[in-house]
Design a protein around this ligand. Structure first.
Ligand code: SME
Length: 161
C-alpha cells in the first residue's frame, strides 16, 4: 500500500531528509497515536541500516512504557533516570551511546545490541516519550543520526501524543 523506500547508498543527510518526508506523509491526517507509532517504527526499521531494534517508549504515569516497535520483545517499563531511555527522558537530551556496555545502568533487552541512540519526544513542552534505536554494530550512530532523529521527533510529536 505504501512504498516508501530509501534511496540506496544515500548519504545520511539525504537519508534523513527522505525519512522525514516519508514520516510526514505516512502520519498526515491520522490522529491515532498507536497507529502512527506503529507505522513510524516500521519506517525507521525499513530506512535505517544495521538496526536490531527500533521503536517507542511512551511516558505513562511518570514512567516509560513500551510502545510500538520492530525487533525482539523488550522490557516493558523503564523508570525515569534508568538506562539509556530513562536518562534521555530525565535529561530531555538525546543519548548517543557508542558502547552500551560502557553506559552505567544500560538495560540489556537484546544481547545483540552494541550501540544505541535515544531521542526524547516533546510536545507542547512536555516529554511524551522517546524514540529508541539499537544496533549490533559498535558506534553505529553519530551526530547525523541525532540531528535527523531530533527533526523527526519534532515533526511527528503532535501525531503520537
Ligand atoms: N537499552 C535500553 C532499554 C530498551 S531496549 O534497548 C529496547 C535502555 O538502556 O534504556
Amino acid at each position: 500500500m505504501y512504498d516508501f523506500a530509501p534511496a540506496s547508498a544515500a548519504d545520511k543527510p539525504t537519508l534523513y531528509a527522505d525519512l522525514l518526508s516519508a514520516a510526514d506523509a505516512l502520519t498526515a491526517g491520522e490522529w491515532d497515536p498507536v497507529a502512527n507509532m506503529a507505522n513510524l517504527a516500521a519506517l525507521l526499521w525499513q530506512f535505517l541500516p544495521d538496526l536490531n531494534w527500533a521503536g517507542f517508549y511512551r511516558m505513562v504515569d511518570d514512567e516509560l512504557v513500551l510502545g510500538p516497535f520492530q525487533g525482539k520483545p523488550a522490557c516493558i517499563r523503564i523508570p525515569i533516570g534508568r538506562g539509556v531511555c530513562g536518562t534521555a527522558a530525565a535529561t530531555q537530551q538525546t543519548q548517543l551511546v557508542a558502547d552500551v556496555h560502557a553506559f552505567p545502568g544500560h538495560i540489556a533487552c537484546d544481547a545483540d545490541s552494541a550501540s544505541e541512540i535515544v531521542v526524547p519526544v516533546l510536545h507542547e513542552g512536555s516529554m511524551i516519550g522517546v524514540i529508541d534505536l539499537d544496533s549490533p554494530v559498535p558506534a553505529r550512530f553519530d551526530s547525523h543520526d541525532a540531528h535527523g532523529l531530533e527533526a523527526l521527533a519534532a515533526r511527528i510529536a503532535a501525531r503520537i501524543d
